[in-house]
Design a protein around this ligand. Structure first.
Ligand SMILES: [Zn+2]
Length: 481
C-alpha cells in the first residue's frame, strides 16, 4: 500500500514536471549593438579588465561572461551584391534570412517582400516588441516590420509599423510620424504640450493621416521616461526624441535609458503565456563610431553592458529563452596602435617606467583617460563652432580640447599651427585622440567579420556562418516542439 502511494505520488510529480516543462514559453531576445565589430566589443572587455579604475568588481564584463558561457560564432554580413553592408541590408538578412541589396528593408534582392522572425513569433501568438535608442523606423528595427526598397521611405515604413503593430515599440523618431500639415493645422497642439523635445521636431511623414492612425491604434503613448513609468497596459508606443537620443556621454535629457526601456519591455511582453520576441538595439554605438569618437563609443558600450547584465540575469531565470547578441556590421575599424614617441614624451614615459625604446605601446591608463572626455566630439565641436569667429583660434581650440578631454597636448599634437586660419575642429579632436593610441580606419562601415553569441536555450549554431543563418536559427528554435 505504502509502495503504491509512493508510486502514485511519484507519477503525479513526474506528470506535473513534464507538463510544466511543456508550458514554459519560448522567448527570443535579439540584442543588436549597431556598428559594433569585434574590436569595439573588445574595447568594452579590455576596459573592464585592464583600466586601473575599472568599476567592474571581478574585472569581467557581462559581454565576456556571455561569450564564455554561451556559444560563439563568427559571422559574415555580405549582401546579395556587396562585400560591405549598411544596417538595412544587414538587418533584413539576419531578421528574415534572405540576402538583399544595401539600403533595402524587408525585401529580398529582387524587392519581393519577405517576412521577419517577429512576424513568425506574432503568428504563433507570442507578444512582440522592438526598442532602440535611435529612431524606431531606423534600419535595424525596420527590418522586422517594413517592406521598402529604400530605408529612407519613412512614410511607408510608418504605415508598415502601424499595420504589424508590435505590442511594444520604443525609441526616438517623433518626426517620422507627423507631417508638416499636422504641425500647421494645430491638431497636435494638445499632444505637443506633453512632448519635452517639441522644439526639435521637423516633420518627415508625407501622409497627414499617419499620426491620427497612431492615436487610434490602441497604444499607450509615452513621450518621456516619467510617462513610460506610468504606462500599465500591454501596448506601449514610446516616442522619446524627435530623431535619435542624445549620446549617453552628453546626457539623455528626458529619454529613458536603453536599460530602462528593456526592463519595461520585458516586464510587459513576458505577461504573454505563449512567450515573446523582443529586439533591443544599442543603435548609437554606430553613430559614435561614424564620428571616430572612442570615448563616446565606450560610453555607449557601457550602457549596452548594463542592459546585457539585466538580460543575462533574466535569461538565467527563464531557461526557455534564447538570447542572441550580435552586430549588423562594424563601423570605423577601431583599434589602438603603438606609436613612435617624441623625445620629450620618451623621457616622460621612461620615467613612468613602463615603456622601452622608442615606442609607446599604450598604457592601460589610457582606457581610464578616455572616460575623462566630457562630451561627444559631435556636441563639443558644435559648441566650439558656435563661438564668435574671432574666438575660434588654434590656441583656443587647443585649450578647449585639453579641457574637454583631460589632456595636456601641444598644438602640434592636435595637428594645428599657431597662425592657422581655417581648420576643422572635428579633425583636431580626432588627432588629439591619436595621442591616446586610438586609431580608426574609416568613418564608414567595414567588412570586418562579426561575433554572434547564443546564450540561454540550446541551439545549433555553426562556428562560422553568414548573418542570414541567424534568422534560420531563430525560426528553428521557434518551430521546435
Ligand atoms: Zn552606420
Amino acid at each position: 500500500m505504502v509502495k503504491k502511494i509512493i508510486l502514485s505520488i511519484f507519477c503525479i510529480l513526474f506528470f506535473l514536471s513534464t507538463s510544466f516543462a511543456k508550458e514554459e514559453p519560448k522567448n527570443v531576445i535579439l540584442f543588436i549593438a549597431d556598428g559594433t565589430g569585434p574590436t569595439i566589443m573588445h574595447l568594452l572587455m579590455q576596459y573592464a579588465k585592464l583600466a586601473p579604475n575599472s568599476p567592474f568588481k571581478d574585472r569581467t564584463s557581462t559581454l565576456e561572461k556571455l561569450i564564455n558561457e554561451g556559444k560563439l560564432s563568427l559571422v559574415s554580413n555580405d549582401t546579395a551584391f556587396s562585400i560591405v553592408t549598411d544596417s538595412a541590408a544587414a538587418a533584413t538578412q539576419f531578421e528574415t534570412g534572405y540576402k538583399t541589396k544595401p539600403e533595402a528593408v524587408g525585401v529580398d534582392k529582387d524587392f519581393n517582400p519577405v517576412d521577419s522572425v517577429l512576424i513568425m513569433a506574432k503568428e504563433q501568438g507570442k507578444a512582440t516588441g522592438l526598442l532602440t535608442d535611435t529612431y524606431v523606423l531606423d534600419a535595424t528595427p525596420a527590418g522586422l516590420f517594413g517592406h521598402v526598397q529604400n530605408r529612407r521611405n519613412y512614410t511607408d515604413l510608418s504605415k508598415n509599423l502601424l499595420e504589424v503593430k508590435p505590442d511594444v515599440v520604443m525609441g526616438g523618431g517623433f518626426n517620422h510620424f507627423v507631417s508638416k500639415n499636422n504641425l500647421k493645422s494645430g491638431v497636435l497642439t494638445n499632444i505637443l504640450n506633453k512632448v519635452p523635445y517639441k522644439d526639435d521636431i521637423t516633420p518627415k511623414n508625407q501622409d497627414d493621416t499617419t499620426f491620427e492612425t497612431l492615436l487610434k491604434s490602441g497604444y499607450a503613448i509615452a513621450f518621456d521616461e516619467k510617462g513610460l513609468s506610468k504606462v500599465k497596459g500591454n501596448k506601449i508606443f514610446g516616442r522619446f526624441a524627435a530623431e535619435g537620443y542624445p549620446f549617453n556621454i552628453d546626457g539623455l535629457k528626458s529619454a529613458p535609458s536603453l536599460t530602462t526601456m528593456t526592463k519595461k519591455a520585458v516586464d510587459t511582453l513576458s505577461k504573454n503565456k505563449k512567450g515573446f520576441f523582443l529586439l533591443v538595439e544599442a543603435g548609437e554605438v554606430d553613430w559614435a563610431a561614424h564620428t571616430n569618437d572612442a570615448a563616446t563609443t565606450l560610453r555607449e558600450m557601457l550602457e549596452a553592458e548594463e542592459t546585457l547584465t539585466y538580460l543575462k540575469n533574466w535569461t538565467d531565470k527563464h531557461p526557455n529563452t534564447l538570447l542572441i547578441i550580435t552586430a549588423d556590421h562594424d563601423t570605423g575599424g577601431f583599434g589602438f596602435n603603438y606609436r613612435k614617441m617624441t623625445k620629450e614624451e620618451k623621457e616622460y614615459k621612461m620615467d613612468a617606467g613602463y615603456v622601452q625604446g622608442h615606442y609607446d605601446y599604450i598604457s592601460p591608463d589610457n582606457l581610464d583617460k578616455l572616460l575623462e572626455q566630457k562630451g561627444s566630439f559631435y556636441i563639443l565641436s558644435k559648441q566650439f563652432k558656435a563661438l564668435p569667429k574671432d574666438k575660434q583660434t588654434p590656441q583656443k581650440a587647443l585649450d578647449y580640447i585639453n579641457k574637454n578631454m583631460g589632456l595636456n597636448l601641444t598644438l602640434n599634437q592636435i595637428g594645428l599651427e599657431e597662425n592657422q586660419k581655417d581648420f576643422n575642429i572635428e579633425k583636431a579632436f580626432k588627432k588629439a585622440s591619436e595621442n591616446l593610441g586610438v586609431v580608426w580606419n574609416t568613418t564608414s562601415h567595414t567588412s570586418s567579420p562579426l561575433l554572434a553569441i547564443f546564450y540561454g536555450a540550446e541551439v545549433k549554431a555553426p562556428n562560422i556562418m553568414h548573418n542570414t543563418q541567424i534568422a534560420q536559427i531563430i525560426r528553428e528554435f521557434l518551430n521546435e516542439k
